[in-house]
Ligand binder design. Structure first.
Ligand code: HSE
Length: 403
């Protein structure tokens, strides 16, 4: 029997229980073992829960799990940065394999935790931290043996994609966000979703693996979707295009660029028809060419499913203990980020108008909002102009046209 210590019984933790319960026989047939949740760490022992739990397995003391010698795998699903990090570190030091869905922890402590796992000769797996249920990281690690990856690009946040899809269908931003929260897609603090922090964490993990060079959160330019308005959707739809929040890392001879930003995609883009909580990720390899991964990027069962694929790999001895973080030292050249941009400013003055006119390839509206498509420009130059004109973040929306 394989005993698991489950940390957290929220959306993801209860999904893990649900799948284990419904697939007990199949899991035994494949792995050759009964998989048993031996203890579950919760904050409140007396909380009423909508799922059946074996009596006596809940605890509010992490040490009960840490000190249990029969537990060989920890599934960390707390969603908490500080506690999650502490639990994972202690578990690895105590000789337990770890599976986590906690992208905040993986992103912040990636190098340290992968090195610790290597030193201890244990598995540290985090498939559920990027792309929800999509089997992405495992495939990426496999491709890395054969390919130089030159680009990673994708829709990595289900909540933002849900909001943007609903807005394109006429719903108000806040109503769409409320539904995404009710469906269990959003983070505890949905600011992490709409401001792009969650996408940035996932891109940091993906990019570090793909380029074999540590790329930190602060190496990635960040612009979210918080200031988008119905009028932006209207203009973008008139162009026969769709708007997505996209994370993109590209490597060049001189270095790499890394950015999370709203992007306008046309019908030929692989991202155009990615709706609601779906995620999609494009990898470019020098041998395999383009690979596109698509699936449920958020939600209870897809995320729990990803966790359990990691658990299966550990039980079947398929997980490596060596750190997958490479030793390349690439230069960050975000300063060279450029493109043609959609820009809407909800503040009109003669001065603003004449400056916008000077950078516009096309003026779409000049009444209560100024809306333009810019010429091809450096992102930094546009941001500098907005600063000089004292236009606050909530007064404009800026999105790059994909091509
Ligand atoms: N809040 C995240 C999302 C959950 O919306 O994608 C899955 O990582």
């Amino acid at each position: 029997m394989i005993n698991i210590g489950l940390l957290g019984l929220g959306t993801v933790g209860s999904g893990v229980l649900e799948i284990l319960d419904s697939r007990r026989e199949e899991l035994k047939n494949i792995t050759g073992h009964d998989i048993n949740i031996r203890k579950i760490l919760v904050k409140d022992l007396n909380k009423k829960r909508p799922i059946k739990i074996k009596p006596g397995i809940l605890t509010d003391n992490f040490n009960d799990i840490l000190e249990d010698k029969d537990i060989s795998i920890i599934v960390e699903a707390t969603g908490d940065l500080e506690k999650g990090y502490d639990y994972i570190r202690k578990s690895l030091k105590e000789g337990k394999n770890v599976v986590t869905a906690n992208k905040a922890v993986v992103s912040r402590h990636f190098e340290e935790l992968t090195e610790l796992a290597e030193k201890e000769g244990l598995a540290f797996l985090y498939e559920a931290s990027v792309g929800g249920g999509i089997p992405l990281l495992k495939s990426l690690k496999e491709q890395l043996a054969l390919n130089e990856i030159t680009e990673v690009k994708g829709i990595l946040n289900g909540t933002c994609n849900y909001i943007l899809t609903e807005m394109e269908r006429g719903l108000d931003y806040f109503e769409a966000l409320r539904i995404a929260q009710r469906k269990g897609f959003a983070e505890l603090d949905p600011t992490d979703d709409v401001e792009g922090l969650d996408t940035r964490r996932k891109l940091r993990i993906l990019g570090t693996l793909a380029l074999g060079s540590t790329i930190l959160e602060e190496d990635i330019v960040l612009r979210g979707i918080r200031s988008i308005k119905a009028i932006d959707i209207e203009y973008i739809n008139k162009m026969n295009c769709s708007i997505k929040l996209i994370g993109e890392i590209k490597s060049y001879e001189e270095g790499y660029t890394a950015i999370v930003e709203p992007m306008i995609v046309n019908k030929n883009s692989p991202f155009y028809s990615v709706y609601y909580e779906k995620n999609a990720v494009l990898l470019k390899g020098d041998k395999v060419g383009d690979l596109i991964f698509y699936g449920n990027g958020a939600g209870k069962l897809p995320t729990a499913n990803a966790i359990l694929t990691d658990v299966i790999d550990i039980i079947m001895g398929l997980s490596k203990t060596e750190s997958p973080v490479g030793t390349n030292k690439l230069e960050n050249i975000n300063i060279s980020l450029k493109g043609k941009y959609y820009l809407r400013i909800s503040k009109v003055s003669k001065n603003i108008y004449s400056i916008m006119e000077s950078i516009a390839k096309e003026i779409l509206c000049e009444k209560e909002n100024i809306v333009i498509m810019t010429k091809s420009m450096l992102l930094n130059d546009i941001l500098k102009l907005l600063k000089v004109l004292e236009i606050k973040e909530e007064e404009y929306f800026l999105a790059r046209k994909e091509c």
